[in-house]
Design a protein around this ligand. Structure first.
Ligand code: NAD
Length: 445
C-alpha cells in the first residue's frame, strides 16, 4: 500500500516507520523545514527507543521518503494518516488549528486526484472532529465519486515503548464512516504483516465512538495514577505502608490487573493532562458537568506540592543552603519528552519552600539541551557531577538505564557518604527498603 503520513512528531514518525515494511511504502509529510531536513538526513528529531535504527533501515531500503509538499505527498498515496499535534488551548479544550490546516492542505492537493482516497485522523480530537473535517473537504469537491472516505484511528502508543506497542498492539480501534474506510486502514496493517484478517484486537466503531474511546482511555489511565497517588497520601497520613496495603487491596480480581500502582509526583506528558481536560471541556459543551474528571485534574495538580512538602520537611528545612540534584527530568522514563513534566512543578515548589536557599542542578540522558533550557531555565549537567555535588539527589524519571547496577551503586555511595536519595517515581521497588508513601528511600536490604 502507498501510505501518506502527515506530521513528523512522536506519532507520525512511529506510524510511518512501523508501517514502512513488507508491501507498504510511506511518504512522510512535515511542514517544519528543520524537521524535514533532519528526517531527510536519516536522523530523528525525537528520541524513542528502537525507532532510530528502524527508521534508518526503512530509509536505506527506500521504504520512506520525506517531503514538505502536499502535492508531492499525495501523488501516489491511497491513504493519508493525519498525525499532527492537537495541543490544549488556553480554554482547556483542543486547539485544532494544525488539524484544520493539514486537512485544508490535503483537501486542496486531493482535488485533481482520480482515485478515491481515504483520510485517517490519528491525532487525538474531540468527538465530531473527523466528520467536521470531512465536511470541510467535501465542500470543495464537485465530482461526488471522488469524495474522500474518512476513518478515525486513534493512536494508543506509550512513549518509551512506542515501537513495541505499534508492532504488538493491544487493540486496533478503527472508527469508520463506511466500512471501506476501515478496510483501508486495516489493509495498511495487513500489508505490513502486523495484523492478520479477523484479529480479535480489531475493534470497529463509528467515527465519534473512536474519538470518544481515545479520550476515555487516557482519562481512565490518568485517573488510575491519581487514585494511586491519593491512596498513598492517605496511607501516609494514617501511618501505614502504602505498598503493603495496596498489595492486599489488589488481590481482589474485581480490581483487575492494574499497571499504575507506583505512587509519584503525578501524571504529565503531552496526552493525559490534555485529554482529561479536553474530555471534561467537551462533555460540558454537551451539557454534562464532568465533576469526577475535574477532581482528577485538581488532585493531580496538587501532587507535586505534596511531594515537595514531604521532601522539604525531611531533608531541606532548617539548613542554610541545600544543593538538590535531579537525575531525570522528562515526564516519564525512556523518552526525551518534557511536555507537562511533573518534575517542573516539583522543582518550583521546592524552590518556593527553600526561599532561595535551595539550589538545583539537573541531568537527563535523553532530554534535548534547548528544550531543557526552555522548560527549566537551566542547563543540563553531567550525571556524575550532579550526583557528587548534591546534598539531596532526586531520581525524577524512571529511565531504564537508571536500573543498571552502576547507577544503583552511585545512589548507594551517595547515601553512604551522608547524602540523601529520593526516588520520586518509586522505580526501584523491590531492590530497596520502602520508607514512607510514594517514595522509596535508598536503603540497602
Ligand atoms: P508532535 O507535536 O510531536 O508532532 C506533530 C508534528 O506535526 C510536528 O512535527 C508538526 O510540525 C507537524 N505538523 C503540524 N501541522 C502540520 C501540517 N499542517 N502538515 C504537516 N505537519 C504538520 O505531536 P505528537 O506527540 O506526535 O502527537 C500527535 C497527535 O497524536 C496528538 O493529537 C496527540 O495527542 C496524539 N497522540 C500522541 C501520543 C504521544 O505519545 N505523543 C500518543 C497517542 C496520541
Amino acid at each position: 500500500m502507498e501510505i501518506l503520513v502527515i506530521g513528523g512528531g512522536y506519532v507520525g514518525i512511529t506510524t510511518a516507520t512501523c508501517l514502512a515494511r513488507e508491501k507498504n511504502n510511506v511518504i512522510l509529510m512535515e511542514i517544519d523545514k528543520k524537521r524535514v531536513a533532519t528526517l531527510q538526513n536519516d536522523d530523528l528529531p525525537i528520541f524513542e527507543p528502537g525507532l532510530d535504527s528502524l527508521y534508518k533501515k526503512a530509509r536505506e531500503d527506500g521504504k520512506i521518503t520525506v517531503t514538505d509538499s502536499y502535492k508531492e505527498a499525495i501523488k501516489n498515496s491511497e491513504i493519508s494518516m493525519v498525525c499532527v499535534g492537537t495541543p490544549q488551548s488556553e480554554r482547556g479544550d483542543y486547539n485544532l488549528d494544525y488539524m484544520r490546516s493539514a486537512i485544508e492542505g490535503l483537501g486542496t492537493a486531493l482535488r485533481g486526484k482520480k482515485e478515491r482516497h481515504t483520510i485517517v485522523v490519528r491525532s487525538t480530537v474531540p468527538p465530531g472532529t473527523s466528520r467536521e473535517m470531512l465536511a470541510t473537504i467535501e465542500y470543495n469537491f464537485s465530482n461526488q465519486e471522488h469524495y474522500p472516505n474518512m476513518a478515525m484511528h486513534p493512536e494508543h502508543l506509550v512513549e518509551g515503548s512506542a515501537v513495541h506497542d505499534f508492532l504488538n498492539p493491544a487493540k486496533i480501534i478503527v472508527g469508520q464512516e463506511y466500512s471501506t474506510a476501515g478496510d483501508a486502514v486495516l489493509q495498511a496493517y495487513y500489508d505490513a504483516k502486523i495484523l492478520k484478517k479477523g484479529d480479535p484486537r480489531i475493534c470497529r466503531l463509528s467515527l465519534e465512538e473512536a474519538e470518544t474511546e481515545k479520550l476515555l482511555s487516557n482519562s481512565w489511565l490518568a485517573s488510575d495514577i491519581t487514585l494511586t497517588n491519593e491512596s498513598a497520601n492517605i496511607c501516609d497520613a494514617v501511618g501505614v505502608d502504602f505498598y503493603k496495603v495496596i498489595g492486599a487491596v489488589l488481590k481482589d480480581p474485581r480490581l483487575g490487573n492494574r499497571k499504575f500502582t507506583r505512587a509519584g509526583p503525578g501524571y504529565g506528558g503531552s496526552c493525559f493532562p490534555k485529554d482529561v481536560a479536553g474530555l471534561t471541556a467537551f462533555a460540558e459543551t454537551k451539557g454534562y458537568k464532568a465533576e469526577y474528571f475535574r477532581q482528577v485534574m485538581k488532585t493531580n495538580k496538587a501532587q507535586p506540592r505534596i511531594v515537595a512538602e514531604e521532601l522539604h520537611q525531611r531533608y531541606l528545612s532548617g539548613f542554610e543552603e541545600k544543593r538538590v540534584g535531579v537525575l531525570g527530568v522528562t515526564f516519564k522514563g525512556d523518552t526525551d519528552d518534557l511536555r507537562e513534566t511533573p518534575i517542573k512543578p516539583l522543582i518550583e515548589e521546592l524552590k518556593k519552600l527553600g526561599k532561595g536557599k535551595t539550589i538545583f542542578r539537573i541531568s537527563d540522558p535523553f532530554a534535548k539541551r534547548e528544550n531543557v533550557k526552555n522548560v527549566f531555565g537551566m542547563s543540563l549537567k553531567d550525571m556524575h557531577d550532579v550526583a557528587n555535588w548534591a546534598d539531596l539527589l532526586i531520581v525524577g524519571s524512571d529511565h531504564s538505564q537508571y536500573q543498571g547496577q552502576d547507577f544503583i551503586n552511585m545512589l548507594y555511595a551517595k547515601e553512604h557518604n551522608g547524602g540523601h536519595v529520593f526516588d520520586a517515581k518509586n522505580s526501584f521497588g523491590g531492590k530497596f527498603k520502602a520508607v514512607g508513601r510514594w517514595a522509596t528511600e535508598v536503603v540497602k536490604i
